[in-house]
Write a protein that binds this ligand. Structure first.
Ligand code: SAM
Length: 206
């Protein structure tokens, strides 16, 4: 956590309420506005470390929750985690196995895919934006391959010139799509969350 965040309202609240990250409040705010996670849902969270979203997803769903990150995630009661790269071949199959196994819905399908994955910032905005879009593309492809029809998808994207094209690709596979910045995102942040509901069908040639 950077020094400038130490006295941030949501940082302090996360400490007080036992969440691992201030990001937990972004998912809470997104869910209370858009109703993403229902009781019993199978939820897959990409770029999940240190685990704030996983804690919130588990509270909301109570069902199978799986988190994937390059970094190991300290264990959370009732949550399965996997140290893996979401852009690597084989990661989607590994996720399918986790959600299809015992405790999952038995079909290797999720009701909700979340991605708060973000690249390490280089300081070169167009480079960081392109890497953020690349992660978001992999998250979308994962969502298309594992979501159940009618499922929901939330993904973080840094704003920039590739944003509009990406939004169009999300629109082509979901029934309703909104771009949203939760109040818990910092005012100076250029991050936006795309909230996509009612998964219809995957694009061809994934
Ligand atoms: N939502 C999390 C929470 O509430 O604790 C915070 C996520 S943090 C902003 C972004 C995460 O994305 C980092 O932990 C980073 O390791 C992860 N990440 C970035 N690239 C990734 C990749 N290719 N595969 C898996 N995780 C990745």
């Amino acid at each position: 956590m950077m020094a400038r965040n130490r006295h941030d309202h949501f940082y302090r609240l996360a400490k007080k309420e036992g969440y691992r990250s201030r990001a937990a409040y972004k998912l809470k705010q997104i869910d209370s506005r858009f109703r993403i996670i229902r009781r019993g849902d199978v939820v897959v969270d990409l770029g999940a470390a240190p685990g704030g979203w996983l804690q919130v997803a588990k509270e909301l769903s109570g069902g199978t929750v799986v988190g994937i990150d390059l970094q190991p995630i300290r264990s959370i009661d009732g949550v399965t985690t996997l140290a893996a790269d979401v852009t690597a071949d084989g990661t989607i199959d590994a996720i399918r196995e986790l959600i299809g196994g015992e405790g999952g819905n038995g079909h290797g399908r999720a009701n909700v895919v979340l991605s708060d994955a973000a690249p390490n910032l280089s300081g070169d905005w167009s480079y960081d934006h392109a890497r953020s879009i690349d992660l978001a593309e992999h998250a979308l492809s994962c969502a298309e391959q594992i979501l159940t029809p009618g499922g929901n998808f939330v993904v973080k994207v840094f704003q920039g010139d590739l944003f509009h094209g990406y939004l169009q690709r999300v629109r082509s596979v979901f029934g309703t799509v909104r771009a949203h910045s939760p109040a818990a995102s910092r005012k100076v942040s250029a991050e936006t969350y795309i909230i996509a509901k009612k998964f219809r069908r995957a694009r061809r040639n994934l």
